[in-house]
Design a protein around this ligand. Sequence first.
Ligand code: NI
Length: 395
Amino acid sequence: MRIEMIQSLVDQVKDEVVAWRRYLHKNPELSFEEVNTSQFVYDTLQSFGGLEVSKPTKTSVLARLNGAYLGPVLALRADMDALPITEENDFDFVSRFPGKMHACGHDGHTAMLLGVAQILCGLRHEIHGEVRFIFQHAEELFPGGAQELVHAGVIDGADSVIGIHLWSPLEVGKVSVMSGPMMAGPDTFHIRIHGQGGHAAEPHVNIDPILIASQVVTNLQHIVSRNVDPLEQLVLSVTQFHAGTAHNIIPETVELCGTVRSFKTELRQKVPELMERIIKGITGAHGSTYEFEYQGGYRPVINDEAVTKKVWDSLTDIFPEGTVVEGVPDMGGEDFSAYQAKVPGTFFYVGAGNLQEGITFPHHHPKFTVDETSLSIGVMSFVGIVLKQLCPTIG
Ligand code: NI
């Protein structure tokens, strides 16, 4: 009975959710610039009636739904920002703006949470507690919107927080849930190696920073392979190597950038020291100098056991067997962790890929998209979780 009821509620909003997602997809805005997106969300939420809607920061939106009865406060989060990518899809709602694209599915997250808010507004008289809808700006750009919203108090008094990410590597129709460490802490680094530039025909009178930087790049790989317990997870990738202007000039300087991803605080704190030892040793051995900057990024996403179990139970209740699967950790980063530092929470993936339809491009790719049936699954997941936790008579 309950499953049919949730299904029919989702069916009533599903076309609108798809339309919202397409509108947002066509009109992407970058991190911290979500002016029109947040206004669209604000106006849409206001149109439902019964929500307390506010803007905790310039480009974010918070909506509170106070149930008819007292009970716990459950926060649901969607992120709203796009990426600096030029879209290469050819459907009729592609991005209007070159260099801006919803290439991570945040358009879908926003649309889904709007659908959830609309459904739950109609069930206010059944709700024991408060549902808080967080429409967050700037997930993609450190220091991220989540931390700002935590400072603005959006999570104050909440008992738990739950977030969904649409996930194209997971086939549509699956939902993956896991407890414990799920996504890594993504740090970044910047290295400048100063040699001595000059004529390429006279290497003996110059100090070639390209050769030195090449050795730094390869030697940094010793950290993961030789300095860290093989049972620990660590990624160290050099992703930018900039140098030179012509075939006959040895440049003065090389710039390197990259990322380090890990789960454990102890290991995370040790990495900059290990890196600097290598950079210092190699540059010193060849008579060059260096500058090294290391910036700690978001905290890792670590899912609370009790909240995750409740989510697992809610989802296995409403979906057919085989839909909900045990998640596996990955080395991506997410600022959802900022909420989890304040209140227990869980983050989970709703499958959005479809091999048969060719929806297989990875997140952050110019041809990324989602199978839109995943939107209904996401809405149904959030609604099922709220009903089970806050609506004892129908949940
Ligand atoms: Ni994302």
